[in-house]
Write a protein that binds this ligand. Sequence first.
Ligand code: PLP
Length: 449
Amino acid sequence: MLSNLATRDVETLIHPYTNLAAFREAGPLVLERGHGVWVYDTDGRPYLEGMAGLWCTALGYSNDELVEAAREQMARLPFSHIFSGRSHDPAIELAETIKELVPVPASKVFFTSSGSEANDTQVKLAWYYNNALGRPKKKKIIGRVKGYHGVTVASASMTGLAANHADWDLPLPGFLHAACPHHYRGAHPGESEEEYSRRLADELDAMIEREGPDTVAAFIAEPVMGAGGAIVPPKGYFAAIQPVLARHDVRLIADEVICGFGRLGSWFGSETLGIQANSLSFAKALTSAYMPLGGVTVDEPLYQAMLDQSRKIGTFGHGTTYSAHPVASAVALKTIEIYKRDRIIEGAAAKAPHFLRRLEALADHPIVGEARGLGLIGGLEIVADKASKRQYEPKAGVAARCVAFAQEEGLIVRFLAGDRVAVCPPLVIREDEIDTLFDRLGTALDRTQ
Ligand code: PLP
């Protein structure tokens, strides 16, 4: 029996990423408030938010300083666009702050309102750049199987997940997908992580050669794949593929939408994994998700090409009403100030070994084939048979059941396609709360088996 609110929801709302048929029966979990790493439903029942919302509420809930930063900016200047000659101080200060933080040669910063728009912008900039350089054929974009980059037509095309392609007439032509770098599933018997990485680099090289290097513009990768299954790349992966991309003059875009701002225990996942990208996309933890804000960095060669185009053809014709929204920018500035002042990212790095120990202990569970993680992100691979790595029938929905049991135990985690369960708590989670998280997840696994 659904509550009144849940019934009204089912009658009126289309929810993103939801099985609409199943949802009509089950209805939503309606949340009312949050505090620390806890959220509360309309009956006042607490849940440990083990997914930081959607990989984003890094500072947890009800952070008064973020609320106050938003209130102050709303009272002072709730909106100004930054089109054609207009600006405002939070946008300027935030661009300066991000330029100093990012581990890529950033000449400028371009703001969006989401990760999808940031990655869509990356595609358009890669195309714009090659047009500006007189290389109109160099336009193909390579993503990876299981990579996730968003839902706009271009970012969904870069995404390598079936649900984002089937029945959407995607990917668009010119979007390719390299192999998913998942050693547990993709390596040959006896192949070491380093050998597997070298093979994936050779395969990428062959793909670019086959397509023609003069037709390939960019390669996009998350440092650790999120929505595809919390997949940590094998040792040496980025070190092996980067020279391939450089040799073919293919831009490397690091999608830091999840890993950026502390998730892997450093400011950006690129630092943890030794990625030297041409550009970064970021969103989510930039504001600890208190306001929607994303963006991309623009390196100097790209900026010079954009400048030349403006001299030749006039307006740079891209951007949205809410680009660098002042309230979102003010909240981002306060978020970064708190990350620095309270050493939140160092704290995440210090807690990571305990988090990973508790996560990896779940690999002993009879239905867990692999428990993998890095920093404060983790994934479980649910299997029917550990020895053969055989999965359950997709229809059995075993990971989904595990996540539903976790919710009954007062824990929010997320199931992902391919029978995977993801864990990604707020960075401010305490060690005793990490224990509560994994105790409850262990109980949910026991109930699932
Ligand atoms: N890129 C990555 C790595 C993501 O995880 C996501 C969202 O989860 C996106 C891009 C898309 O961001 P948004 O949902 O804000 O459009």
